[in-house]
Design a protein around this ligand. Sequence first.
Ligand code: SF4
Length: 220
Amino acid sequence: MTSKKELFAKRIIKWYGKEGRSFPWRKTSNAFHILISEMMLQKTDTQKVLLIYPSFIKKHRTVAQLAQANINALKKELHLLGINDRARRLKTTAKTILRLYDGKVPADRTRLLRLLGVGDYIANAVLCFAFNEDVPLLDTNVIRVIKRVFSVESNKKRARTDKELWRFAGSLVPQGKAVDYNRGVLDFASAVCKARSPKCSICPINLICDYYSLLGGKSS
Ligand code: SF4
């Protein structure tokens, strides 16, 4: 019998196949470009990243090019995204990849975590989207979906650092389908299972969702 976790992943992937968003960083397997996109997307509106990413990648196509870029020019290029330190983080990260990893983004979690500005989320995003590893992503939006569907709770102040929650998120990732699954949950959280007014009545997983069931199947 298909478990609730399997059903959840299946329906998310099916929904993603029809409704998933298309972004330039989803059309490449270049690990460096994927890393740049994730560092840009951190605490930033996706629409702003869309305005900058294509020209930035064109200009700083390689690790060496970014490592050698003028820091003030980089700050100007990235100004729209906010977070003053972002230019320095990107440049330092490129320099570290050159120095420690021979100019190649490592397909290894411990090594990725040594890069400035790379935490659990970005490390897993690179491992999944660039190297096809079956690892989970956990941010505020993904946590919201998981909490609602499975009634899981975290007693940590910052739930995204909760190892138990990461483990649970990992148990949902279907083998060999992590890319579509992870992108699917991210898009689903943004389009359907929104923070305010989730679209429960048209949600493809409402029949297995604890939150919906608690509301008696009556949410908007
Ligand atoms: S039924 Fe509602 S709360 Fe549950 S996953 Fe769907 S949108 Fe989110």
